[in-house]
Ligand binder design. Sequence first.
Ligand SMILES: C[S@@+](CC[C@H](N)C(=O)[O-])C[C@H]1O[C@@H](n2cnc3c(N)ncnc32)[C@H](O)[C@@H]1O
Length: 368
Amino acid sequence: MAPTQDALYADIDLALSWSERELPERQRTKHVHRLHPYLGKFIPQLVEILLSRYFRPGQRVLDPFAGSGTTLVQALESGLDATGVDVAAFNCLLMGVKTRSYNPFVLEQELRAAHARIGETTSARPSAYLRRWYAPQAARELLGFRGIAADYEHADVLRVVLARAARSARRTTHFDLEFPQEPQLEPYWCYKHRRECRPVETSAQFLRRYTLDTLARLKEFARVRSRGREASVIHADVREERLPGRFDGVLTSPPYPGLIDYHEQHRYAYELLGLDDRRELEVGAAAAGSSRAALAAYSDGMVQVLLNAKASLRAGAPVLIVVNDRRDLYPEILKRAGLELEERLRRHVNRRTGRRAGEFYEDVLIAR
Ligand SMILES: C[S@@+](CC[C@H](N)C(=O)[O-])C[C@H]1O[C@@H](n2cnc3c(N)ncnc32)[C@H](O)[C@@H]1O
């Protein structure tokens, strides 16, 4: 028999579940959380509540799969220090840019100077990838901006702007920005805008808009982050990296087998910025699929990560894992890592985005 609505909701932690109206996109992507889109991040408000329930200001939190840095950013807002590890170079670049403290005058001066130069071109020749995915003018403007970025102290901020513009300027349909398969070269019927749309020809408009938007978002975050707190970012395979210092707990959302390729989703950034591609080191790499062998390798990898993290935790520290464990792998993973599952909170996930909408639940596992 199907559970009644009441019985179903009795299991759900309503303080961790929001409707679109209660928590609109604008708030979920507040300040630096929208410096660049990222598929599979958790929402800042969930992190904020978990940090307040399980940590105290002044403590130090570790996120071994830090992704776009949601834990780090919210830790800084809540008065904690944070360390984030990620194997994907672009994610580390993005986290560093989100969490660094800037001299606001230099930042503003540099971003406005770069903004004024958008449209300058260089002699750099487009790679095969750029020629395939960008109109010639769009590629020229992106390469020009890459040259401009190198002239400034805050080159990394400009590189994130460049990546965001490159994402928007690809020759794709508006409804397939996440995983485009083939370049879209002709006008097409757009499901998102319900009219005929055309593939993008230029990137200067995105570069201009995102340079100013990034400046505004970094300034907004500077107003709400706690003084004296710091985030550090480690680019490494967290199964093996020796983690520095002592942490008061872990808060993370791990990859799940065969779902998202965390390198491929930012391919344009790797291509344009010449970043190091280590996709074969991703735990649960999408390319490995979800065969029995792939699931076993995933579980082994997660056990290694948790044992490694545990070695740098104070005794009794909470380990919070946000995951939709539909294969029920975690009870065993936690046991093998010597962690005891203390509580399992369930939350309802509002997935309004595009064609992936639908009912979706996610658990917060609390172990020690
Ligand atoms: C679900 S995402 C984390 C998203 C993050 N909570 C956020 O809000 O942005 C999982 C992350 O784990 C990273 N990852 C996968 N394998 C890794 C490994 N071996 N070492 C470190 N990070 C890894 C991926 O690159 C990806 O960014």
